[in-house]
Design a protein around this ligand. Sequence first.
Ligand code: BF8
Ligand code: SF4
Length: 637
Amino acid sequence: PKVTDLSMDTGVQELLLKARREGIETAFDRATKMTQCGFGATGVCCKHCLEGPCRIAPNGKGPQLGVCGANVDTIVARNFLTSVTEGAASHSEHSREIIHAILEVIEDKAPYEIKGKDKLQAVASGLGIDTTGKDSKQLAKEVALKALEDFQKQQGTLNWLKLRAHEKSSQTWQELGILPVNAHLEIVKSLSRQVMGGDADPVNLLLGAITLGLVDGYSGLHMSTDLQDILFGIPKVIKTEYRLGVIKEEMVNISVHGHVPLLAEKVVEWARKLNDRAKEVGAEGINVVGVCCSGNELLMRQGVSVATNYASQEMPIITGALEAMVVDIQCIMPGLQEVARCYHTEVITTLPHVKISGATHVEFTVEKADEAAQEIILRAIANFKKRDPNKISIPNEVTEAYAGFSVEQIVDALKAVNSEDPLKPLVDAIISGDILGAVGLVGCTNPREKQDSANVALAKELIKNNVLVVATGCSAHSLGKFGLLSPDGLKYAGEGLRNTLTVVGQANGLPGLPPALHMGSCVDNSRIADLLTALANYLGVGVRDLPVAGSCPETHHPKAIAIGTFFIANGVDVHVGVNPQVTGSDLVVNVLTANKEDYATTTDGIFGGKLIYEKDPVQAAAIIIDRIKAKRHALGL
Ligand code: BF8
Ligand code: SF4
């Protein structure tokens, strides 16, 4: 295929051509070569035991039951639950790492400090902790122990669910008896119900998936964001740059890739401290750039520029000017090392449970965070001299963008318009129709899709129709690269949206707010949920009643499926533009997409949100806008 069909990003196109000239295979090539199995693609392949793999032909030909007697609905629902569980496990493990870090910090065993004192106060009071007369260490300890309970308690429900969920939503979950008890318990229970001979009722399996969606949302997303804000501070609006041009030929370049900011923050700190050491090898200094969600975390709090997003993560190496690619967990392609072998770049893994053979391993622990970060920086500096000048080619474009839109920052920005009642200007704009509704544009890029294309097209279509876009994850990177995270992007917005964002922006000393507000990494989808809860409370309605939706046009990861399930459980429609691998079962499709009879037993009937699968972004925008209009109508707007 032509490189212009693989990515919208011209820098990526340029480097894909370079890779071809140099005989390097990338994820885009592998995606082209790898044909997709029709059984797997529709979710009808089961390999939960050694009697299988069993697969059910969707056209009714061939066996319609697995060897054990499992039918296609059971198999598809069970596979869906597997994905949601993987996502929930990833995000819960993320938050557990941060709990551990905070507990080490308050005992002076780890070199970090509690920077987000405001957040600490807010979270502690929200959890019902008496804050009077307690210093931040004491408070942080009590908050961390409350968090730990969400991995230990044997009855009741997650503290973080009680802290963050909208009352009306929790009521529904309580009535259904699907409230999660603790994250580890639910993940283990889910694995045990998926096992051969376990749960075989497809509807019950899907309800199980909702519980795991809640685990993902509360003990994963919300807890990670809250604890990270406590440790590193609440993000504030910040200016940055996107695209591969942020890699600088004259600098020692280090890209930070993965998810948990514990390591990434230290790499930035030590890059500053050891900057002059780079001059000893002839470089002008050290340049840290972000990839994927570590990129988002550093961008939100430090303004670190972002080189690229998921599908093109190999490209920084192909510039020939990257000294080290430092990784922690999730979304790290093992293929990075294959590419790095052809250059001087050192891929550095850092965690005992995420290694890549052939890569350098520098063990990172919070206790030895400074030592690990220094070793990584010094290795990168030493690699600068090993560059092959003939292999260096850095695309030169960069795009300016703004990020840092935490809920706290959004409320602060609105205060400049109405200090007494900050949400009022936003709600007034929604009521008047200047803002039709809001969509969280979230999720990934996927090497099987034309990179950035659907993310950007969908966002443009929405903002043209006065829908406010908030973005996270790799989709936010797509929007950043193409100018939608900058006030300049207001030229694509409909009049009502443009006027509203211009007024709020100007009250804050900016020419306008960007038409898409970057709210952070994938765990920061919690911030979107918090914004919805605040709006619902303000209006005195449930989250399910709001004229909002979520969309992942180019997703690929089970984490995104878990996040989507979390939003559906909260009554928010979720659009996906990539095959969700459930189409083999009519029952599962009907329950999730609510497009047929038995409406009362669909996710829409029960929770108020459903799955929308539509590949075409313009078509998807139309479906989303219709739904937003229907929800407005129901609100009397
Ligand atoms: O958690 S958006 S490709 S990097 S899964 Fe991965 Fe998807 Fe990017 Fe962040 Ni989220
Ligand atoms: Fe086949 Fe049943 Fe085993 Fe799945 S659990 S592989 S359907 S026998």
